[in-house]
Ligand binder design. Structure first.
Ligand code: SF4
Length: 74
């Protein structure tokens, strides 16, 4: 199954991921950065396994992130 990986410490809080894919992203009211919903994380790297059907849309979100802190695995 594909995974979304979020390197959260370098997120600049632009909100693009949340706008494009609100099912997976929300903006934190605490620090203004994006949060990958239901992801498991440690040391500011968060990982979420996703359904294959969501892989392409997730890749587009990753490509739209201006600081490239989102990766999507095969
Ligand atoms: S698109 Fe990238 S920089 Fe912008 S909020 Fe999402 S993870 Fe952060």
């Amino acid at each position: 199954m594909p995974k979304i990986i979020h390197y959260r410490n370098k997120c600049i809080g632009c909100g693009i991921c949340q706008q494009q894919q609100p099912v997976h992203w929300r903006m934190s009211k605490k620090d203004g950065k994006a949060t990958l919903i239901n992801a498991a994380g440690k040391k500011d790297v968060y990982v979420l396994t996703i359904h294959r059907q969501l892989q392409q849309a997730s890749k587009e979100v990753a490509a739209a992130c201006p600081v490239r802190v989102i990766k999507v695995t095969l």
